[in-house]
Design a protein around this ligand. Structure first.
Ligand code: SAM
Ligand code: SF4
Length: 335
């Protein structure tokens, strides 16, 4: 087995696959109200092309975990078949989806049957009015029903991802944690990153990891004795609570900006149009779609993928004066 290694000793085993750049929400920190210029269909990988690249990643390059994301991955018509194909690979990768939860009520069961192991649902507020302001759509109840369906289908441990925004939902951290604890979900707060299509991110208004932890003071959080390994979230134990599996309840904070974890990064990313990105913040991509469509062999594609990963930089460089936000926004990279 050859590996997706870089020059700094990191080996990528976690593949993030964006299945579409389209979305049915318009989260203000991600997309403008009018949406974006979506990828033309012919530029998007077909289900078979996605399946082939996932197979190459898993069987030739040491990928052990595949997360399907987007845009909104539940909008991808072939999702169930894509998951089923990935689940039939040997060695079998762990399979996950990151979703806004809309449509999960209907899809949670079929996804579980197809072989999906776990799901992350993004939810930034429990208040319907705020949800409408934040996502520009009136869909909170769909998300809440989706969460219940995912838990009932056994897509556990179920994680909730939350981005806090100053003056919008920053006061809701304790309530969101109480909600997660009551349902046995694991809540993770994510620092807002400079990946919005509008380029409006501002470090000075971003809610920091330190502020998030301070807001959770009433829970008397304890440091987690379990090492985080390559996981991006720093976790804390929440005394007095257990999760759905009866384990001590945890809450996580992903301090991508103020507490970067680049040194432990094990990710490789495939965009919906077949480009490999070695980092969320990479400014260069490697085109596997053209290779796929011009008759390249599996070994040739695997070699191109390896070369793409060797060029990975040591860190995201958000603090460098020369930092440039990548041209693609988060929704087109795959978050
Ligand atoms: N649509 C799906 C969803 O919302 O879960 C999957 C794609 S979305 C880009 C993946 C995750 O990225 C979500 O949890 C979302 O909150 C997060 N996200 C989007 N833009 C972000 C930003 N600028 N900074 C931090 N997280 C962001
Ligand atoms: Fe859509 Fe996810 Fe972006 Fe929100 S964060 S607009 S749900 S892609």
């Amino acid at each position: 087995m050859i590996e997706l290694a870089d020059r700094f000793g990191r080996v990528a085993t976690d593949l993030r696959v964006s299945l579409t750049d389209r979305c049915n929400l318009r989260c203000t920190y991600c997309m403008p109200e009018e949406g974006l210029g979506w990828l033309p269909r012919e530029e998007q990988l077909t289900d078979d092309e996605v399946g082939r690249l996932v197979r190459i990643g898993v069987t030739l390059l040491g990928v052990t975990q595949v997360r399907f994301t987007g845009g909104e991955p539940l909008l991808r018509r072939g999702l169930i078949g894509i998951v089923r194909d990935a689940a039939s690979l040997s060695p079998r990768p762990r399979l996950m989806v990151t979703t806004n939860g809309i449509g999960l009520e209907r899809l949670a069961g079929p996804l579980r049957e197809a072989g999906l192991d776990r799901i992350n649902v993004s939810l930034d507020t429990l208040d319907a009015k705020r949800f409408r302001a934040l996502t520009r759509r009136d869909r909170l109840s769909d998300v809440l029903r989706g969460l219940e369906a995912a838990a009932a289908a056994g897509l556990t441990p179920l994680k909730i991802n939350t981005v806090l925004m100053r003056g919008i939902n920053e006061d809701e951290a304790p309530e969101l944690l109480r909600f997660a604890l009551a349902h046995g979900y694991q809540l993770r707060f994510i620092e807002q990153m400079p990946l919005d299509a509008q380029h409006q991110w501002d470090r000075h208004t971003m809610v920091t990891a330190d502020e998030i932890v301070a807001a959770l003071e009433p829970f008397a959080l304890q440091p987690d004795p379990v090492s985080r390994g390559t996981a991006p979230a720093e976790t804390w134990l929440v005394p007095g609570f257990v999760d759905a599996a009866g384990q001590p309840a945890r809450v996580g904070v992903i301090g991508s900006v103020t507490r970067p974890f680049c040194g432990d990064c094990d990710r490789t990313r495939l965009t919906a149009d077949g480009q490999i990105r070695n980092c969320l913040f990479a400014t260069e991509e490697s085109d596997l779609r053209t290779l796929l469509r011009t008759g390249a062999s599996d070994d040739e594609i695997a070699t191109a993928w390896q070369i793409a990963m060797r060029g990975k930089r040591a860190g995201h460089g958000i603090d460098d004066p020369s930092f440039l936000q990548p041209a693609r926004p988060m929704s087109a990279i795959g978050g």
